[in-house]
Design a protein around this ligand. Structure first.
Ligand SMILES: C[S@@+](CC[C@H](N)C(=O)[O-])C[C@H]1O[C@@H](n2cnc3c(N)ncnc32)[C@H](O)[C@@H]1O
Length: 257
């Protein structure tokens, strides 16, 4: 039976790769590397570096796959993502059928942890449901950008007995989520914290975490917000792309104390 490994490789530092991931990497015959195009070629390069650094027998193959384009301008966000996953699963289905021997081991290297804002597992389930190709698969956890962020700022993710919500920039732009005072924001193309009343909110922000370009800013949102907006715009201009994540920590409301 074909086997597929979904391996979390951490958020940018090759040293995020765990001992379990190294063991899994050494079982793989074919790596499927998704190239999203544009300037994120750097991320493809990091995946190759991980393979070169940790794999002892270099007889593995790397198959690069161009990701189908996604309609980012579509108003119906959920429908656009569903459509993109469907097209992606058709490409992966062909790969798993044609590029992997019956007893071969294939792998997808996933940025951060595969369970966090990543569609790899959903696309794999879609491929399996198609019934066109059969395989078993396993998931190896990785260090997520959220944990890279909290470690670099030396803060706990939650406060005592408190809840944390992980959300997107798009959702934060619609308002502070109900029932939580600690919010992690990912996938934010537009500094959505700008839409909040900054009173009583601290921000812990990080970009390119774990890489030589890493940027960190923390402080009261009223002061740090403007600095982050400026630093982020400069970095994005310089590199052509940016990945950033932040934790917003609001003074605790009375009901949660
Ligand atoms: C598609 S999600 C992937 C998340 C990933 N699975 C994880 O566990 O971190 C991409 C988002 O993760 C965050 N991210 C990933 N790597 C990052 C890094 N090195 N520094 C800052 N943010 C990062 C950013 O918010 C980015 O928009």
């Amino acid at each position: 039976m074909k086997r597929l490994l979904v391996i979390g490789i951490g958020a940018g530092d090759p040293e995020h790769v765990t001992a379990q991931a190294v063991r899994a990497l050494n079982e793989v015959d074919v790596f499927f590397v998704i190239d999203k195009g544009g300037d994120t070629g750097e991320l493809v390069a990091l995946r190759k570096e991980v393979c070169e650094r940790y794999i002892e027998d270099s007889s593995y193959r790397i198959v690069e796959v161009r990701d189908p384009p996604r309609d980012r301008a579509a108003k119906a966000y959920g429908a656009a993502v569903d459509d993109w996953r469907r097209r992606r699963s058709a490409v992966w289905q062909a790969l798993l059928r044609d590029e992997l021997d019956e007893d071969g081991v294939g792998a997808f290297l996933v940025w951060g942890d595969p369970s966090l804002y990543d569609s790899t597992l959903a696309v794999i389930e879609h491929v399996l449901a198609s019934g066109d190709v059969s395989f078993e698969y396993e998931v190896v956890p990785g260090i997520s950008s959220v944990h890279a962020l909290t470690a670099r700022h030396r803060v706990a993710l939650n406060r005592v007995g408190g809840a944390v919500q992980i959300t997107t920039g798009r959702r934060l732009a619609a308002g502070w989520p109900e029932g939580v005072d600690d919010v992690v924001v990912m996938l934010d193309a537009d500094c959505s914290f700008r839409h909040l009343d900054p009173a009583g909110i601290e921000i812990y922000w990080g970009a390119y975490l774990g890489t030589p370009d890493e940027l960190l800013v923390a402080g009261p949102l009223a002061d740090a917000g403007a600095e982050i907006t400026r630093v982020r715009a400069q970095a994005r201009e310089r590199k052509g792309w940016i990945m950033d994540t932040y934790l917003l920590r609001r003074s605790r409301s009375r009901e949660s104390e």
